[in-house]
Design a protein. Sequence first.
Length: 81
Amino acid sequence: MNKRLAAVGYLWAFSSLRNSPGARAHYDRRREGGDRHVSAQRHLFNRFVGMLFHCLQHEEHYAESRAFPNQQPTKSIPTAA
């Protein structure tokens, strides 16, 4: 994999944990399933790449509800004060 793409993917997945309840729930489920942090984050990035590909192919905008259907957060997301 391209080093720049890997670096961006790490940042994309990491920042989504705070800003996307669906991404956070997906990450938490992977962690509870036994994945280590890096593996769960890489899986989340791969999912985002798949969603990006879908959006580009179908000329659609990203929608959180379609990207992570039926996924409720397992923990509350801290908000910035």
